[in-house]
Design a protein around this ligand. Structure first.
Ligand SMILES: C[S@@+](CC[C@H](N)C(=O)[O-])C[C@H]1O[C@@H](n2cnc3c(N)ncnc32)[C@H](O)[C@@H]1O
Length: 242
């Protein structure tokens, strides 16, 4: 997961409005009068979101499980106030260190095991300073069941043609993506990417947050920061460590 695919990830994210997603988070930081000393981004990928915070936070720790995604990140951005870590977000511990922890773009849905999700929430709580915020999103149940489901898609984006085949079994979506990337001489390179995402309900996420002592929980439709609707695609959670 996220090996050769990492090198074409940015190109395929053309339809994601990272600037708006970053602005949503910054507004919550300002509204909650949070300090802007140190933030942690878990599953930071290639830094598509992180770069919007380079001048907003004094110090940023960003980590990802994929060495390739981090390589793309560090080839694009070299910032003195940013440290990258190749680490599993479930196990990362740096107690009472951060004003803000962010986990975006359905990275939580890649956690397939409930105990791992609990551990992630437990560690995030420990890693926050008192008064700090955890902000993350998940794909909605609607998106996972109705849009991803057991469906197949075909796309063409600049020099990349790709197929996307999903099989849903209970709460797990098994995705196989086949990318055909055109070379200068007209031949194609094939990249096969297999990913598994798990469906999580809003109630379940809220329960896990509460079990881990988070308070002041707020839930938004990430695309308009309004209330959740039947066809909301991405759900943004904000929770506080009192
Ligand atoms: C959809 S990408 C999102 C990347 C980035 N957050 C963004 O907004 O562009 C999901 C990322 O989660 C990372 N990831 C998945 N499981 C992880 C884990 N257990 N620990 C750290 N990173 C993980 C993947 O390597 C990948 O970079």
């Amino acid at each position: 997961m996220y090996k050769d695919f990492a090198y074409i990830y940015d190109k395929l994210s053309f339809d994601l409005n990272y600037e708006k997603y970053a602005q949503n988070i910054k507004s919550l930081v300002i509204k909650n009068k949070l300090k802007r000393e140190k933030m942690l981004e878990l599953a930071c990928g290639s830094g598509m979101l992180t770069n919007h915070f380079f001048d907003f936070y004094e110090k940023i720790d960003a980590l990802d499980l994929s060495k390739c995604m981090l390589e793309v990140f560090s080839n694009k951005y070299q910032k003195e106030n940013v440290s990258l870590y190749n680490y599993d977000m479930v196990d990362f511990q740096n107690k009472s260190s951060y004003d803000l922890i962010v986990i975006l773009l359905d990275s939580i849905n890649y956690i397939l095991n409930e105990n791992d999700l609990k551990k992630l929430m437990e560690n995030s709580y420990k890693n926050l300073k008192k008064g700090g915020l955890l902000i993350f999103d998940i794909n909605s149940e609607y998106k996972m069941k109705e849009v991803f489901g057991s469906k197949s898609y075909i796309y063409e984006c600049e020099d990349i043609f790709y197929t996307w085949d999903n099989i849903r079994t209970d709460d797990i979506i098994d995705m196989e993506l086949n990318f055909f990337v055109e070379n200068e001489d007209g031949t194609y390179n094939r990249i096969i990417e297999n990913q598994l995402e798990r469906i999580y309900s809003v109630d379940f996420m809220e329960k896990i947050l509460k079990e881990n002592n988070f308070s002041d929980i707020e839930i938004f439709d990430e695309d308009d920061m309004g209330k959740l609707k039947d066809n909301t695609l991405r759900i943004l959670f904000k929770a506080k460590k009192e």
